[in-house]
Design a protein around this ligand. Structure first.
Ligand code: SF4
Ligand code: SF4
Length: 274
């Protein structure tokens, strides 16, 4: 089973479009394909495939700290330990846990000398599975609205996707990541065999490409570049970055009105690239 990430620092550069077009090529060759939408704050793969998210097949839970004041000595160790700045303590006060910043690492309840912090399980997201074709499935991870720290949702989404892929004897799992280079993107890239960085020939495209290639290099994920809307801007900056990282521009996709129409109508799976 090959695990391939479709990523790229910049939002709107065409990651999801390329992920579906890539899936389509593999399906045509008779491969079993699972597309895993890891853009859990704003998954859109189902819209581009003309699907609906119906009943979740699984719920994702995480543990959050709760304070037992009767045991707390206000020592402040939990505040010093939390690397997400999710614990606040006013002078002489009990610590306060800021749920939206918490990454559920568990460090605070491990270090607390009085066992005053108790983990409480809460739902943070949901998983949906759409059987799109005989040999093609879409698995969507969706974080609950308002959740700030979505890395754990991505980690769980990937785990469930890989279990599903093993059961179905999938040949290729494509992980469509969120834009950026933050925790949810790192969670999606970790453990992938390779990645495609989707970009466009604009100054922002070049800037974000540099960041994502640097991240992929640090994570030791071999990466190739796909240049979308390749005829709409100045490719020289992209070529320069590709040269810097000694990475190939695998494919250039010129702007296509037909492709934009297929995108907007949720018909990407049947689209033929010229
Ligand atoms: S580490 Fe434990 S005892 Fe110390 S302030 Fe935090 S909760 Fe209270
Ligand atoms: S679980 Fe981790 S991130 Fe959350 S408050 Fe405790 S130390 Fe901070």
């Amino acid at each position: 089973m090959k695990k391939i990430a479709i990523t790229g620092g910049k939002g709107g550069a065409g990651k999801s479009t390329c992920a579906i077009l890539f899936a389509r090529e593999l399906i045509k060759k008779g491969k079993q394909v699972l597309l895993c939408d890891c853009d859990v704050e704003c998954p859109n793969g189902y819209l581009l495939l003309g699907q609906k998210l119906k009943k979740p097949v699984e719920k994702i839970y995480a543990e959050f700290p709760t304070l037992n004041k009767t045991k707390c000595a206000k020592c402040g160790l939990c505040v010093k330990t939390c690397r997400s700045n999710a614990v606040f303590q006013g002078q002489g006060q009990y610590p306060v846990f800021i749920k939206n910043l918490c990454s559920n690492c568990g460090a605070c309840w491990i270090v607390c000398p009085n066992k005053a912090i108790e983990p409480k399980k809460e739902e943070i997201g949901q998983i949906f599975i759409n059987p799109v074709k005989k040999n093609f499935w879409l698995l969507t991870g969706q974080a609950n609205p308002g959740l700030e720290e979505t890395g754990p949702v991505v980690t769980q989404t990937k785990k469930i996707a890989l279990d599903f892929a093993k059961k179905k004897k999938i040949d290729f799992v494509l992980f469509d990541t969120a834009p950026g280079t933050h925790c949810p993107v790192i969670s999606a890239l970790m453990g992938c065999d390779s990645a495609y960085a989707i970009t466009e020939p604009t100054p922002m495209g070049a800037y974000d490409l540099n960041l994502i290639l640097d991240l992929c290099r640090k994570l030791k994920v071999p990466t190739k570049i796909i240049l979308n809307q390749s005829d709409l801007g100045d490719k020289r900056k992209i070529a320069k970055i590709a040269k810097k990282y000694k990475i190939k521009i695998e494919k250039e996709i010129p702007y296509s009105k037909k492709l934009v129409k297929a995108y907007s109508k949720g018909k990407l799976l049947n689209f033929e690239l010229d």
